[in-house]
Design a protein around this ligand. Structure first.
Ligand SMILES: Cc1ncc(COP(=O)(O)O)c(C=O)c1O
Length: 619
């Protein structure tokens, strides 16, 4: 949407847009009431006025009211104030008002997107959202397939489910129609490219049932050697769950080292892939992350694509998935209204001219730019509306470049839809995905937000870009003013890396201290004052952040380089192998002065100084 004013898109930190919100809410409730009443208007009311005056009726309503009030006080006491620019913690913030209203409106109708029959309209909207997300990723919206999931975890499970089933298909085809794969060795069959396997499936689509029976789906894991999946050390733990659930086995999950910027180390990936091939093991999939959970680091997806091309020269291909559960919607920063990926210089100019991200920040780096661009070439992507899509829970999503892939996991439950409809009617969602019953309201919310904003730099890109600039400013502040003085004591603040997106990880240490234990202790004490604790009212916090621990088991020795910035010696790292850090996700568009008269970012750093004073007093 050109000239979008996003102050009109949120209820607002102080519910500034409450009149509009209530007006639309009243309208949607009225609409729903009319709808109920208009269905067979001649039917007499089932609940009469006399019923409503009965004592037990009134008592029952009172009970509802009392419990709702109780719930309200519970929620107000300890809900996390995502809506406030003072909340800079986990990957969530105020949600888009259009999405919120659409969700509440649709919920009244309670559509179930398991099947078209239970949700004639919202299933269609979900398919539309899938197409929007496919287009956002650079896929062809007509030949791709995407849908909403309960979250990023399940989206990852589904992608791995498809990759796993796909891997066993060539061997199944060899049994059914050997001439189709004549001349290919066992090793070559294990390493056919996903595109080629789907092409073969297409040729044999009439015999899909036989393929399924002879692939891992019918026979189980035993007859197949499915191989390993390669993920960066920064991976989300849903991948381990997925490998466990799908019988791939955790010993087949290979962790690829990360570089100093917490992006996947391509030399390590190449080495590990080659070792696997040399050992005669198949490569099941490589997963790159766009927006890692802790750091929002962006893996070099372009380089993963290049590496696959290189391996294909030795007859080895593999499935590539991108876990952009967090970062996926940020691709809208790079797209114009025609969904074209902007050339690099034009992008920098556009972001600057539109006051989204000042050119001085030099964001994005060419590495980040190339990685986002290359997402268009992978096999599937996880991209969650309930993260950077600013949609209420639950709305994850997964998108497959080639919709034929869903054949590999499709099932039919005859009581909700008939198998005969499968090809002609793609609205039978429950047959192609992990989940069965699912909220149509989530699809309606995402669809409404996409319609209002647009998945490009004029819409979503503007909001997300604002957060990216917020993180850059945060980083700049830390770099320019690394020392916080409290009386005669001096504390250093440093960032783990320059943020690739809108999450920044940082820690503090007293200048004179070179003990890691003491440094961790200081940061834990700061965290206690900035992270929610169930023992305290949420109203006592001036700002809220999240925290995490960088451990050797996950990150190898990479955190040691961070400790160098504080003068903590290597021996200290060797002794404890963990660094406690703070983490701030900048999703609130209201953090910087651009949109409010208050400099919340400036206040955040002043508040840190105040907390250090308190900690000194408590010593
Ligand atoms: C990169 C990444 N993938 C997957 C997930 C899992 O998403 P969900 O919590 O929606 O299941 C997350 C959650 O933070 C994530 O950051």
């Amino acid at each position: 949407m050109k000239n979008m004013n996003f102050e009109a898109l949120f209820l607002g930190p102080k519910a500034e847009n409450r009149d509009f919100f209530k007006e639309i809410l009243n309208f949607v409730v009225d609409e729903h009431i009319h709808w109920r009443r208009n269905f067979h208007p001649d039917d007499v009311p089932s609940i009469t006025l006399a019923d409503q005056r009965r004592e037990d009726f009134i008592r029952t309503q009172q009970k509802t009211q009392e419990v709702i009030l109780q719930l309200s006080s519970l929620l107000k006491k300890s809900s996390i104030p995502w809506h406030s620019p003072r909340y800079v913690g986990h990957m969530t913030s105020d949600i888009l008002m259009p999405a919120h209203l659409a969700y509440m409106f649709t919920m009244l109708y309670n559509p179930n997107n398991v099947a078209w029959e239970a949700s004639p309209e919202t299933t269609r909207l979900e398919i539309e959202v899938g197409r929007d997300l496919a287009q956002l990723m650079g896929f062809d919206r007509e030949t791709a397939f995407g849908h909403i999931t309960s979250g990023g975890s399940l989206a990852n499970v589904e992608a791995l489910w498809i990759a796993r089933n796909l891997k066993s298909v060539p061997l199944a085809i060899r049994e059914i129609q050997p001439e189709l794969v004549a001349g290919l060795s066992e090793r070559e069959l294990q390493h056919l490219s996903p595109a080629r396997v789907l092409g073969l499936v297409d040729v044999l689509k009439e015999r899909m049932t036989e393929i399924k029976e002879r692939s891992v789906r019918g026979r189980g894991l035993k007859p197949f050697q499915l191989g390993k999946i390669f993920l960066p050390e920064t991976k989300h733990y849903s991948w381990v769950k997925a490998a466990d659930l799908l019988g791939i086995g955790l010993e087949n999950v290979v962790q690829v080292r990360v570089e100093e910027n917490y992006r996947m180390d391509m030399t390590d990936l190449e080495m590990k892939l080659q070792q696997t091939v040399d050992a005669g093991d198949p490569i099941l999939a490589v997963v790159g992350v766009v927006g890692t959970t802790e750091e929002a680091a962006v893996d070099p997806i372009d380089k993963i694509i290049e590496l696959r091309s290189e391996f294909e020269k030795q007859g080895v291909s593999f499935y590539i998935h991108v876990d952009a559960a967090y970062g996926g919607y940020a691709r809208s920063v790079f797209l114009n209204e025609e969904s074209q990926f902007l050339p690099y210089e034009e992008l920098l100019d556009t972001l600057d001219e539109k006051s989204i991200i000042t050119k001085n920040f030099g964001w994005p780096s060419t590495q980040v730019y190339n990685a986002f661009k290359a997402v268009a070439e992978v096999d599937s992507v996880t991209v969650d509306p309930h993260k950077l899509g600013y949609i209420p829970y639950q709305a994850g999503a997964v998108v497959f470049r080639d919709r034929r892939a869903r054949q590999l996991i499709s099932y039919f439950a005859p009581y909700v839809f008939s198998e005969d409809d499968a090809d002609s009617n793609s609205l039978l969602l429950g047959s192609y995905i992990v989940e069965g019953s699912k909220a149509g309201a989530a699809a309606a919310a995402a669809w409404t937000a996409h319609q209002v904003l647009g998945l490009n730099v004029e819409g979503y890109g503007k909001i997300i870009g604002e957060g990216i600039e917020g993180a850059q400013r945060f980083y700049q502040h830390i770099c320019e003013e690394p020392l916080i003085r409290v009386g005669d004591r001096s504390f250093r603040i440093a960032a783990l890396t320059e943020p690739d997106m809108n999450i920044i990880v940082y820690a503090l240490n007293e200048e004179s201290n070179n003990s890691l234990e003491q440094m961790n202790d200081l940061n834990r004490r700061i965290k206690e004052k900035l992270c929610f604790s169930p023992n305290k009212s949420v109203y006592v916090y001036d700002f809220m952040v999240s925290s995490t621990t960088l451990e050797h088991a996950e990150y190898g020795d990479q955190p040691q380089k961070f400790l160098d910035k504080f003068g903590i010696p290597e021996s200290e790292w060797e002794a404890s192998h963990e660094v406690f850090v703070m983490r701030s996700t900048i999703m609130s568009p209201y953090l910087t002065e651009d949109f409010t008269d208050v400099d919340y970012l400036g206040q955040f750093f002043q508040n840190l100084e105040k907390l250090l004073q308190e900690i000194i007093k408590e010593e």
